[in-house]
Design a protein around this ligand. Structure first.
Ligand SMILES: N[C@@H](CCC[C@H](N)C(=O)O)C(=O)O
Length: 259
């Protein structure tokens, strides 16, 4: 039997495993995709291992629901901080290591978690879209009537396009809803579907909208299908630093599964 925990951050949901005892078969991608399967397994957009590290409070290892280890997950990063707190590994602040480097995080008074994301310098702008990496790769495109937009088919086409091969990209559609306020919907690589939220995508959208001059504040509200996120940053010399993603990260349930 394998003990697991389930967490979600604005509806982006994850199977969490305490792997401090190296109990998990990390090379078994069939096992990861089975655990993430919503009919035959537990169900999740991804699976995250919490491991020990000599320098940091803990290490985060992230897999998409396709079973493959992937790049950074912003919502998963907030959820693993909540998981580390539940396990009693950390108090209100922590430093952890993930695939894209060091992350600092803070658990706020209201329970929301602020997670520091990587600095962003390289932003590729073209007439129709922006591409940037916030720990994971993101294509950003502005659309109208986002509630009715065909995210699955348009997202899939862009994700699978020759242009982004061989590694592919996550695809975000964005609509402005107010001053420094946007709504996004994301087609996620590795889930191969729209998810209710993407943290690195929300971060990328906020930075992209500021870079395009569609936002002028250093704190931007991003609504996603599963809730609301906040992205803040400093900007100077064409570099975005002190980038923080803030939002909820909730424990849903724990259990044991036969494997
Ligand atoms: N849901 C995530 C992004 C996870 C990684 C992504 N699917 C990829 O493989 O690039 C987030 O909250 O950032």
């Amino acid at each position: 039997m394998l003990e697991f925990y389930k967490f979600q951050g604005t509806g982006n949901d994850f199977v969490m495993i305490d792997n401090r005892g190296s109990i998990f078969d990390k090379k078994n991608s069939d096992l990861v995709s089975f655990l993430c399967d919503r009919k035959f397994g537990i169900g999740g957009d991804g699976l995250i291992l919490l491991e020990t590290d000599n320098t940091f409070d803990f290490k985060m290892v992230y897999y998409n629901s396709d079973g493959k280890e992937s790049s950074m997950c912003g919502n998963g990063g907030r959820c693993i901080v909540a998981f580390a707190s539940l396990l009693g590994i950390i108090q209100k602040q922590c430093r952890f290591i993930a695939v894209d480097g060091e992350h600092r995080a803070l658990i706020n008074e209201d329970g929301d978690i602020s997670l520091q994301m990587i600095d962003v310098e390289n932003i590729n702008k073209s007439d129709d879209f922006i591409f940037l990496n916030t720990g994971s790769p993101h294509h950003i495109q502005v659309v109208q009537d986002i509630e009715y937009y065909d995210v699955f088919n348009n997202g899939k086409k862009i994700r699978e396009s020759e242009f982004y091969m061989p590694s592919g990209t996550n695809v975000n559609f964005v609509e402005q809803k107010g001053d420094n306020y946007f709504k996004i919907r994301t087609f996620e690589r590795g889930v191969e579907n729209e998810t209710l939220s993407c943290g690195t995508g929300a971060t990328a959208a906020a930075i992209a909208m500021f870079d395009l001059g569609k936002a002028n504040a250093r704190e931007i509200k991003i609504d996603v299908e599963g809730g609301s996120l906040k992205v803040s940053f400093d900007y100077s010399d064409q570099k975005y630093s002190n980038v923080f993603l803030t939002g909820p990260a909730e424990f849903v349930f724990r259990g044991k599964i036969a494997i």
